[in-house]
Design a protein around this ligand. Sequence first.
Ligand code: CP
Ligand code: NVA
Length: 301
Amino acid sequence: MKHLLKMQDLSKQELYELLDLAATLKAEQKAGIRHPLLKGKTLGMIFQKSSTRTRVSFEVGMSQLGGTALFLSSRDLQIGRGEPVQDTARVLSRYLDGIMIRTFAQQEVEDLAKYGSIPIINGLTDYCHPCQVLADLLTIREHKGRLEGLKLCYIGDGNNMANSLIVGGLLAGMSVSIATPQDYRPAPQALEFAKGYGDQFLLTDQPEQAAKGAAVIFTDVWASMGQEDEAELRKKAFVGYQINDRLLANCAPDVMVQHCLPAHRGEEITAEVFEAHADEIFDEAENRLHAQKAVLVKTMA
Ligand code: CP
Ligand code: NVA
């Protein structure tokens, strides 16, 4: 695997290989076994947006694998002053062994990969969040014992999380149902991908219909990073798209709840549902570390 730019870049086999490696690395970590698979290697981490989980889990992951991580804020880099990504890619390729980038445009990540000569890992763009969805699939498999044939539901904004869950869920052999308001649908590329999966995929504006019989239900914030100005407008548009006890009554009785975090209690999820499913949600956050270590090993070792 050369890069991880988006979920569509993975085959089903590559996806399962990543999940299996993540599970192995997690078990070894818990048993106190460490393999310095990235000894002497340096990962640059470019952040054009805020982060708690992504930053810390990548940095800790590199350290546990024997390597080093450099935090590179766009506030300090020349890229933040307009130096082209094509040049940044070629310069950083001379120093680093890999780059993790969190930014706005997916094209910037694709360009880093095109012009650079080292592995590029997408740490979130407006289009997708593949590292998060790998952690999500790992968590579901741990809790449910399998992915194939399970129903995954997502309620809320058709954003980066929705796009990656559509592709990742379908690729893993799950059925995927998404409920968003008409004006906030997932990206065309994700819907195009889903076309190949027939009735394994459902897109609706009815949360109850999407949630029916779901084994796992996801949501995410109504206003993503970069959309802060639209927050009030979005609060009105997303009324009815909340994970609460009434919506959960439509799901399978043992439904899991997942949230990539940060969460806005009282908006996309009630405080009651969040706390009742906190163990699952924080397992999901922990699994960012294990899933990303698998990505780092597959791309950089
Ligand atoms: N879920 C996630 O990516 O969290 P951060 O924004 O804190 O990295
Ligand atoms: N959709 C959210 C995810 C944060 C991890 C955002 O892009 O801000």
